[in-house]
Design a binder for this molecule. Structure first.
Ligand SMILES: [Mn+2]
Length: 287
């Protein structure tokens, strides 16, 4: 079963879920601590040295404007120095670090190249990968405050297990473990386990191996509150509960830069950001 077919089935699942009643998401003990900011390791992390957090954004030429707005939203709100780099497949190919044949079912140009993040960060410090279809509403500093060096990676651990396995409209409902986990990942690039992510491995291994982080044990994967990868059509804001207010919106079904999705939930926020980005760009040109 290819990853992409599974992904398409899941989109139906997501749409169905968006129709179900609001349910408050429960966090495990790890993220409870993270939210309260009182876990032991944070004592050291309070002065954790992030000279300049490296952020790699998955780039696809068909969604250039999504990349620009994502980058703009990150930089605008960040109170720490960050360095944003697009992961462009054409450049990686020129540089000889990416050579795998494009599968017909890969939905973006960064489906696999995202796993080069530790390599691109020279296996040093922490680096973040994020899809281009994100809009940041929060300060990335708050996310780095959650960093815990005992983990190899940290991400939002969405639960996508379908409730039914019956056929819907003739399509088989498939279980795709860890769906969307790889769309935003904090990589502890110097963690010994991440040394395995060489260009050779990233170019050779299956989608399942990479997207499900099969080079890691479960307890090496840290959890981040879902608000940092808030899936449009899946996650819900609970009125009066600020722990459910999105800090990064993920237009995983398609964003307002596509005509068909311009009226999607939270689409207005992205369109406002686009206008701001355009104005800022004009100003730059004038000065
Ligand atoms: Mn995405």
């Amino acid at each position: 079963m290819s990853t992409l077919i599974a992904e398409m089935n899941f989109k139906n699942e997501e749409v169905k879920k968006s129709l179900s009643p609001v349910k408050k998401v429960e966090f495990g003990p790890v993220s409870k601590n993270l939210i309260n900011g009182n876990h032991v390791n944070n004592k050291e992390n309070a002065d954790y040295k992030h000279p300049k957090l490296k952020i790699f954004i998955g780039y696809d030429p068909r969604e250039d404007i999504a990349y620009e707005v994502c980058k703009y939203s990150l930089l605008k709100r960040s109170s720490i120095p960050i360095e944003v780099t697009p992961i462009k497949q054409s450049e990686l190919r020129e540089n000889g670090v990416y050579w795998r044949e494009r599968g017909k079912l890969e939905s973006t140009e960064f489906s696999f190249s995202r796993f080069l993040t530790p390599h691109l960060a020279d296996y040093k410090g922490w680096a973040m990968f994020v899809d281009c279809d994100f809009l940041y509403l929060g300060d990335i500093k708050e996310l780095t405050n959650l960093i815990d060096d005992t983990f190899a990676i940290m991400c939002v651990q969405h639960d996508y297990t379908p409730k039914e396995t019956t056929k819907m409209d003739g399509a088989v409902q498939t279980v795709y473990p860890r769906k969307n986990w790889s769309s935003m990942v904090l990589y502890n690039c110097e963690h010994p386990k991440n040394r395995i992510l060489t260009p050779e491995v990233v170019n050779r291994e299956s989608g399942a191996f990479l997207h499900r982080f099969q080079w890691l044990e479960d307890d090496e994967i840290g959890e981040i509150p879902f608000v940092w990868n808030f899936l449009v059509g899946h996650n819900r804001v609970v009125e009066g509960d600020s722990s459910t207010f999105p800090k990064a919106i993920h237009y995983t079904l398609g964003g307002p830069w596509f005509e068909a999705w311009k009226d999607c939930e939270f689409g207005d926020l992205w369109l406002n950001e686009l206008e701001e980005y355009k104005k800022a760009k004009e100003k730059k040109v004038e000065s």
